[in-house]
Design a protein around this ligand. Structure first.
Ligand code: HEM
Length: 535
């Protein structure tokens, strides 16, 4: 007796679900540029197909670029990946990206972070500044800003130089053996040591070999590699292994916090402006809440500050290894600033003699860093426009798009290579485009590796100074040669082939893979020799 009724209800339900599906797939975001969606899978199958035609284990930006090309370079496009993620709007023009990250009437501190950013929370904890919103975020940023002021950042140069000594010692070792090595490994350990000193006033001993490193270094390394996309979809799922690693990490970091708290209580006048010191500055008691929050901030800064800068250094050394003309100009600039004497001690003394002048005068090297970050941005932002808020952006054509309910991904690797901004040579490595005499003015919002607006990276200036100091100390001392992926091609006589643009011809293209950041897929395998000109 009930079966016709139940059958009727089931049919009605199916009809309802089908109608919703049709609405979601074909009508809700019909105004967005997109590839034709499947009614069942949305754009998931298209994306999977494109990823299959991409290099194995490559960063998902590569598949996004293919959709962008297929759609004829739109300012933004839709990827409907429901039910696996909220639908994503991939932003491809700087004018649109800028509207997402600036303050607006609806969102005082720019659009909120997307839940995808929440993946990081497994490591950083939920009270991290990266995830905080509104007044919570504002209070944290205000508390920590003094640690990133210009004068304080410059005062950290001796510390950066100090950590660079071990980096040089490790490179000297490889230069003497001729072995190839992972530059990722060396750079990551260097930047970890620097971040340990800057955020926690602690020596992490990251460059002393695995046996001597503090457990914090090892735990971070294991954690970040657990997020590699070669682990497949499991990256998106909660993981017992990652929880266990985070518990251990918290234990070690909290020990440091407790020790620092006691030290500051005993000697309040000896406070530094490290993230740890600033976080404890106003505290009379170390409650478990303060301990947890401080631990979250420290994990955030260690994470945000070491991998990104390491990637920047790796790509810079790589670009210089394959651009002989540009390497020559960097060396010339350094010769002019420091004289031909390029021993580490001489460079160090010169930098310390007049740090301000040195930083200001490295304009060509600064352009190299800028160009490296343009072509190889290590990190990005994902924001979210909550449903029914009426958040609209204006496209360059004048048309408006309502972004409600979407995850917004500012795709830097597309934005940074827009030929309308960067010209026909947008994909080439040309630092000169950043120099004053450059002909084509580049709008500031078209370069956004640190993102822009109130939530832009707090460590931008620190990164720049860190990279300048390391490059100045290191680049003239060695000749660099990429090994394996991205190695240069030689002619029959064994000479490297130079192309018309001054770059060495390559055997294959080096590309990025995806962990929490975009990093060179092969760990940037390199070989170095002592440079002939080294005095
Ligand atoms: C090449 C180096 C770096 C790159 C490319 C980079 C990039 C970024 C990006 C894209 C964001 C997200 C901004 C947004 O969501 O709008 C960010 C945020 C952040 N970065 Fe960096 N970063 C770098 C180095 C650093 C360093 C050295 C530190 C610390 C010393 C740091 C600390 C942070 C923090 C704390 C945030 C969150 C800021 C907030 O929400 O107020 N970053 N960074």
């Amino acid at each position: 007796m009930f079966s016709p009724l139940i059958a009727g209800i089931v049919v009605l339900l199916l009809f309802f679900v089908w109608n919703r599906l049709i609405y979601h797939r074909t009508k809700q975001y019909a105004g967005f540029p997109q590839t034709p969606p499947s009614r069942i899978w949305g754009h998931l199958s298209t994306l999977i197909q494109l990823m299959k035609t991409s290099k194995s284990n490559s960063h998902f930006d590569e598949a996004f670029k293919k959709v962008y090309d297929r759609l004829g370079s739109p300012p933004a496009f839709l990827l409907d990946l429901r039910p696996f993620s909220s639908p994503i709007c991939v932003v491809c023009r700087h004018e649109v990206a800028e509207q997402i990250t600036t303050s607006s009437k609806l969102f005082q501190y720019s659009l909120p972070k997307s839940r995808l950013t929440g993946l990081v929370s497994e490591i950083t904890g939920l009270t991290s500044i990266i995830l905080a919103e509104d007044n919570n975020w504002k209070a944290l940023r205000k508390q920590l800003n003094p640690g990133f002021s210009h004068s304080y950042t410059v005062s950290l140069v001796p510390c950066i130089l100090d950590k660079t000594k071990l980096f040089l010692a490790n490179l000297d070792h490889y230069a003497s053996t001729g072995e190839d090595f992972s530059l990722d490994h060396l750079c990551t350990n260097l930047t970890f040591d620097i971040m340990g000193a800057v955020t926690m006033d602690t020596d992490m001993d990251a460059q002393l070999g695995e046996k001597n490193q503090t457990p914090i270094v090892r735990l971070f390394r294991e954690l970040t590699s657990a997020f590699n996309y070669r682990n497949g979809i499991s990256v998106l799922l909660p993981s017992y292994k990652r929880c266990r690693l985070v518990r251990h990490l918290d234990k070690h970091i909290k020990q440091n916090i407790k020790a620092k708290f006691e030290e500051q209580k005993a000697n309040p006048q000896n406070r530094s402006r490290s993230v740890l010191s600033l976080s404890l500055a106003e505290q009379n008691d170390l409650t478990s809440e303060i301990l947890d929050q401080t631990c979250d901030q420290l994990k955030t800064f260690l994470l945000a500050g070491h991998d990104t800068t390491s990637i920047l250094l790796q790509w810079t050394f790589y670009e210089l290894s394959r651009n002989i003309r540009i390497l020559g100009l960097v060396r010339l600039e350094l010769d002019e600033l420091f004289g031909p004497e390029s021993s580490p001690i001489a460079v160090r003394d010169k930098i310390l003699e007049n740090t301000y002048d040195f930083l200001q005068n490295m304009s060509y090297t600064s352009a190299v860093i800028k160009e490296t970050l343009r072509l190889h941005p290590p990190a990005a932002t994902a924001r979210h426009s909550p449903p029914n808020t009426g958040f609209n952006v204006r496209l360059p054509s004048g048309q408006t798009l309502c972004l409600d309910g979407l995850v917004l991904y500012n795709c830097q690797s597309i934005i940074h290579q827009d030929s309308e901004v960067y010209g026909d040579n947008a994909t080439e490595f040309i630092p000169e485009r950043w120099l004053e005499a450059s002909e084509i003015p580049i709008p500031p919002s078209a370069w956004r590796p640190f993102e822009r607006g109130p939530r832009r990276c707090i460590g931008q200036e620190f990164t720049n100074i860190e990279a300048l100091v390391v490059i100045a100390s290191v680049i003239r001392r060695y000749s660099w040669e990429k090994v394996g992926l991205g190695a240069t091609k030689c002619d029959d006589s064994g000479e490297r082939i130079v192309k018309a643009n001054g770059q060495y011809e390559l055997q294959s293209e080096l590309y990025n893979t995806m962990e929490l950041t975009a990093k060179p897929v092969d760990g940037m395998r390199m070989r170095v020799r002592m440079a002939e000109t080294w005095a």
